[in-house]
Design a protein. Structure first.
Length: 500
């Protein structure tokens, strides 16, 4: 990866990233506490930034402590002592109420527009508040007044408020990685006002798309009635001006391009292709979650095989489902549902020992993932709702030479950037099936044109581009933004009302 341009930090401070989980997980062994590197998209995106500007990371390390404990271990992550991981200590009941309850049982489905799956429980909300306060205590202990504090995602929406209450004028930014719903959905949340209040202590709040930005601004206007400049993404709060912007996260494109060129990965891809058989290989890679649209995708494939029998025995669909929240009953039911659909389709459409669906329920290494991407003629990325979706970008990076077809749901945030992909509504089985056929039958020249255009977009708006955009938005001097526009702005773009 190219070196990231340094953040213009206060000479007395640095950058501290705060997230629910971080780059390491701690566990007790016979030889003491062992730190194991974490594998996640967030870590892959943030870690190069932290390493190169010598920052810090504050997160829960996976261990349980007592209610009185806040700061656990501080781990030096490089031999040169250039950056540290500070561990937040949580109790088992706190994580159950905060993470499994409030985050996964309430905010996650709500923000993905699944209101019927959201559970609104005061005890869960109490755990969420307590955990956010614990994170604030650790951040305040391990940072100074000159530090810039970069909070990641919806797990810690109250954190900016708790920090600024103890350290007025603290420089805090949040990046919200999942969708932000429209106000008619968000305001269903009994604690929507508290969530907004916490976030409005930031200097900059980043989202993946302009649609999420607008949803957030509309929610702020509806809940608080403060002055808002929609055109520039500015909230004129009583304490500070908050900037809000769309900055879709990128990937390390060069890493995936290099993986695709490695002889070992190329051999592995050839082996995958040979073992699968068939003329066309289609791949989907998802975390096991109801937002990803896996059952709908499989049913679309079933519709295709029924309506286009000429593809029986020729088409192989590879569904990789990465295990997630396996201790949650709803996710166990989803897994059973998917396996039942796979069994039904394979039992019905297996022809001459050719199995139409290959289903893998396990995580893959980056090398194995790149090999599967390389082996596939097409990637189908059709979530019902997704903040962005990096799988689409990873597939494009591996196929950047011009081969392959990407089918993308219009409800994935990445669809805003990857406009040369074929699109398919995951709720429309016939449209999904027709687009898969269209991708298979796409002219070679048009296929290459589309993939090269997609690769150009992924390469230009990579992880380095994302970090530079975050900096540019965060470091704008509030004094330069001027006054709010007049109340008579066209289309009700501005309202004035109650203060926080």
């Amino acid at each position: 990866m190219d070196l990231l341009k340094p953040l213009k930090l206060n000479p007395r401070g640095g950058l501290t990233v705060v997230s629910n989980r971080g780059p390491y997980t701690f566990r007790k062994t016979a030889r003491g506490i062992q730190a194991t590197p974490s594998v996640s998209g967030l870590v892959s995106a943030i870690q190069p930034v932290i390493e190169q500007i010598h920052g810090r990371w504050v997160a829960w390390g996976g261990r349980y402590g007592t209610e009185e404990e806040t700061l656990g271990r501080s781990l030096t992550l490089q031999k040169t002592d250039k950056w540290l991981f500070h561990e937040v200590m949580l109790t088992e009941p706190e994580t159950a109420g905060y993470y499994e309850g409030m985050c996964n049982g309430c905010l996650w489905p709500l923000c993905h527009n699944f209101i019927e799956k959201s559970v609104f429980d005061e005890e869960m909300w109490g755990s969420y508040r307590r955990v956010n306060r614990k994170f604030a205590e650790v951040v305040l202990q391990t940072t100074g007044p000159g530090d810039m504090i970069w909070v990641q995602d919806f797990h810690l929406a109250l954190l900016p408020g708790y920090i600024c209450r103890q350290r007025p004028g603290a420089r805090v930014s949040v990046f919200w990685h999942i969708p932000f719903p429209p106000p008619e959905i968000f305001t269903v949340l009994p604690w929507a006002k508290e969530i907004i209040k916490g976030l409005l202590n930031c200097e900059f709040i980043g989202f993946h798309t302009e649609g999420y930005v607008r949803n957030f601004l509309l929610s702020v206007r509806e809940i608080y009635g403060v002055a808002i400049d929609f055109a520039r993404g500015l909230i004129f709060g009583p304490e500070r001006i908050v900037r809000v912007g769309a900055v879709p996260i990128g990937i390390d494109c060069r890493e995936f391009e290099n993986l695709a060129a490695q002889p070992g990965v190329i051999r592995k891809a050839a082996g995958i292709r040979s073992s699968i058989g068939g003329d066309y290989v289609i791949i989907s890679v998802d975390r096991l979650d109801y937002t990803k649209g896996i059952p709908e995708r499989l049913q679309a494939l079933e519709y295709l095989l029924e309506s286009r029998p000429e593809y029986k025995g020729k088409l192989t669909f590879v569904q990789i489902a990465v295990p997630s929240r396996t201790d949650v009953a709803a996710y166990r039911r989803l897994r059973r549902q998917i396996e039942e659909i796979v069994g039904r389709i394979n039992g019905k459409y297996t022809k001459n020992f050719h199995v139409p669906i290959r289903y893998l329920f396990k995580p893959l290494s980056r090398e194995d993932l790149a090999a599967h991407y390389l082996a596939a003629d097409m990637a189908v990325v059709t979530p019902l709702k997704d903040g962005l979706n990096l799988v689409a970008k990873e597939y494009v990076a591996v196929k950047s030479g011009g081969g392959g077809v990407l089918i993308l749901s219009p409800f994935a945030g990445a669809a805003v950037q990857l406009t040369e992909a074929l699109t398919a509504n995951p709720y429309n089985l016939r449209e999904m099936a027709n687009q898969i056929v269209a991708g298979i039958e796409l002219d070679v020249t048009e296929k290459k044109r589309r993939m090269l255009a997609l690769a150009r977009s992924v390469r230009e708006e990579d992880i380095n581009w994302w970090w530079q955009k975050i900096q540019q938005n965060w470091l704008i001097d509030s004094e330069t933004v001027g006054e709010p526009p007049p109340d008579s702005s066209i289309g009700g773009m501005l309202t004035r009302g109650a203060v926080l």
